[in-house]
Design a protein around this ligand. Sequence first.
Ligand code: NAD
Length: 257
Amino acid sequence: MRIGVAGINGRVGGLLLDEIRLRGDTLAGGLDRPGAGRAAPAPDVTMMASIEALASASDVVVDFTVAGTVPAHAEAIAHYRVAWVLGTTGLSDVAREAVARAARHAPVVQAANFSAGVALVLELAARAAAALPADQYDAEIVEMHHRQKLDAPSGTALAIGEAVATARGVRLSDVRECGRDGVTGARADGAIGFASLRGGQIVGEHTLLFTSADEQVVLSHRAFDRRTFAAGAIRAAHWTAGRAPGLYGMRDVLGLT
Ligand code: NAD
C-alpha cells in the first residue's frame, strides 16, 4: 500500500512518517504548504507539488493539514478515487459537504481524534447521555490544548458533544453553549457547554461531566503523545484497503459498530 502524507512537515505529519517507517510501509510522497513548507523532512522523501500529484501517486492519502485545504483535497480524492484518512479539524460546513461528496467516490475515514481511547470515550459518552436525563444532568465538556492550536472548541470536544446530543435526540447546534462571559443568565435546560483552555504544549485533554443536584459522572481522556494519533491514522489507512466508497470513522476501523 502506497501511503501519501499531506502536512508531512507538521507536528502530526512527522510522526506519520515515523510510523510508516516503523511498520515498513511504502511512503508514496509528502505534501506541505507552498514555499518554505515544501522542503523534504528527510533526503529520501519525495515532495509533491500538488494534492493532485500526491493523490495520483498514492493508494491512500493521510491528511493532517489546515481546514482551508479540505475542499481542494476532497476534489482530488474524488477525481483519483484514492482512499483518504482525514485528521484535519475545524472544518466549515462547505468543507464538510466536500468531504461527503468525496466519500461517494472513495473510502474516507474522518475522525477528529484517531486515538483508540477517544473512540472508546465517544461510545461511553453516548451510553452515559442515554442513561442520564438531560433535564437532570447538565453536560459540560472541558478541553485543554497547546498554545498553537487554531480552532476552539477542539474537534474532539465537538465530537463528544455530538455523541451526547445524538443520544439525547437533539441537534448539537441547537443546544451548544461556548465561551460564557459576562452576565450570561442561568444555564438553559439541556444545554451542552464547552470550555476551551490553551497553554504550553498540552497534546490534548478532554473531560465530559454530567452534573445533577446529587451526583457527578466524569469521563476523561488525556493524550500524552501525538504518536497515538499517528498510529491510529496509519491503522485507518490500512483498513481502507479494498473498502467500498463511503464516509467512515474510527468506530468502523476499531470494529465498535
Ligand atoms: P501543524 O501546524 O503542526 O501541521 C500542519 C501542517 O500542514 C504544517 O506543516 C503546514 O505547513 C501544512 N500545511 C499548511 N497549509 C498547507 C497546504 N495548503 N497544503 C499542504 N500542507 C499545508 O498542525 P498539527 O498539530 O500537525 O495538526 C494538523 C491538523 O490535524 C489540525 O487541524 C489539528 O487540529 C488536527 N489534529 C487532528 C488529530 C486527530 O487525531 N484527528 C490529532 C491532532 C491534530
